[in-house]
Design a protein around this ligand. Structure first.
Ligand SMILES: *Cc1c(COP(=O)(O)O)cnc(C)c1O
Length: 424
């Protein structure tokens, strides 16, 4: 196996292609090291990471405080299962519920599992608290949503690639247009069996669609009027990415009055994942108040690894880093600069149609047909020029660096992006 220790990029890619299932189409770059905002490939070339593992690495690669928490806990106790208590989980639950402003937390591992958990809680609440007749509960979701990959979640996706030939699909979901209050209002008025509205505060995977000002607050209000739970999937938007601790920021304890979040909105059920561990470990969570979370009784739900002591120790450290290093403020401030610079650039460059986003979750729209390879080709050139990004849907390129990036690094990245696109 000595060969495997001195792998070139080409060899590593060939191994994955031959022995791995082809469920992804990665950009051809093989990363072997990460530190802060940078990653290095196996040949030693250094790149800015402008994907941050889909916003999981908000705190930067291999953050020393998170790594230290992980190593210390790994040397002490890794897993008990929830058959027994462990001495880390309760501390983490108290810390996170205080921080986000909820009574209780239910720990899981991946984002998709946390979404599934939220759906189960909402349905059970619907039957036991709201009084919906058996098996009639409906959950409203949005078109072009992305909530993960399980059978139930893809049942209410409208991405044909994610759905086709995975049926039969789970029932009980009503799809409406995103950012359309009238559609939500009419749906809630016309159906007595709705238990919840599941929404992403910004649709990340769909291409960083930011809803109209006030949409989330008004949607939340409509839900309250109809006794329907507002479920915020903040797996991608949460943990400072959009310039506040949460994008539905009525929940959180951050005090910045100038922040661009939507302080009117407090979700009934909050779903977190990705950066909850700073990308060090799969950690996800569902948060809700007692009146909702108490429908879950022993045996109703669980996960062998959910709430394990390593995850708990890591999550505390990862959330502390967000506060210690003012990552929300940094994302808010640098996001403004990023959009200003690229908006100016768009005016002189026909290839970039527009830039949009919030905080450091941004995207540029390439002026080409959706099935063209232009966005991919630009990402290949960005790679050659030392910056890693990936197209989302067709002609949209998302830019989401670690939130620890500083202004001079960001300016350097903006010039890499401008130079690369100008050469097209
Ligand atoms: C990534 C993501 C998920 C799924 O998370 P996994 O950890 O990949 O299962 C769910 N919702 C949103 C909004 C996401 O961005």
């Amino acid at each position: 196996m000595t060969v495997l220790n001195t792998l070139t990029s080409k060899e590593a890619i060939e191994l994955e292609n031959k022995y791995g299932a082809h469920n992804y189409h990665p950009l051809p770059v093989v990363i072997s090291k990460g530190k802060g905002v940078f990653v290095w490939d196996v040949e030693g070339k250094k790149y800015y990471d402008f994907l941050s593992a889909y916003s999981a690495v908000n705190q930067g690669h291999c953050h020393p405080k998170i790594v230290e928490a992980m190593v210390t806990q790994a040397q002490t106790l890794t897993l008990t299962s929830r058959a027994f208590y462990n001495d880390q989980l309760g501390k983490y639950e108290k810390f996170a519920t205080d921080l986000f402003g909820f009574d209780k937390l239910l720990p899981m591992n991946t984002g998709a599992e946390a979404v599934e958990t939220a759906l189960k809680i909402a349905r059970k609440w619907g039957y036991e608290v709201k009084g919906i007749p058996e098996d009639k509960a409906q959950i409203v979701v949005c078109e072009n949503n992305f909530h993960g990959r399980t059978t139930t979640i893809i049942s209410f996706s409208n991405d044909p690639v994610a759905r086709k030939n995975f049926g039969p699909y789970t029932e009980g979901f009503i799809k409406i247009e995103y950012d359309n209050l009238l559609a939500l209002k009419e749906t809630l008025e016309s159906n007595q069996h709705i238990v919840a509205f599941l929404v992403e505060p910004i649709q990340g995977e769909a291409g960083v669609y930011v809803p109209s000002e006030g949409y989330l607050a008004a949607a939340k209000q409509l839900c309250e009027t109809h006794n329907v739970l507002f479920i915020a999937d903040e797996v991608q938007t949460g943990i400072a990415r959009t310039g506040r601790l949460l994008a539905t920021c009525g929940n959180c304890s951050c005090e910045d009055k100038n922040c661009s979040g939507d302080p009117e909105v407090k979700a009934d059920i909050l779903i977190l994942g990705k950066a909850l561990s700073g990308g060090a470990y799969p950690v996800s969570a569902v948060l809700a108040n007692n009146s909702i979370m108490e429908v879950i009784k022993p045996g109703n739900h669980g996960s062998t690894f959910g709430g394990n002591p390593i995850a708990a120790a890591i999550a505390i450290a990862a959330l502390e880093v967000v506060a210690d290093e003012n990552l929300a403020d940094n994302a808010a401030k640098l996001g403004v600069i990023f959009r200003e610079e690229l908006t100016l650039f768009c005016k002189d460059n026909d290839l970039v149609d527009s830039v949009r986003g919030k905080g450091l979750l941004n995207a540029i729209l390439i002026n080409d047909s959706e099935d063209s390879s232009t966005a991919w080709d630009i990402c290949m050139k960005l790679r050659d020029n030392g910056l890693l990004a990936k197209p989302t849907h067709g002609n949209i390129i998302r830019f989401a660096p670690p939130l620890i990036i500083n202004e001079s690094q960001l300016m350097e990245c903006i010039s890499i992006i401008k130079k690369t696109i100008s050469e097209f």
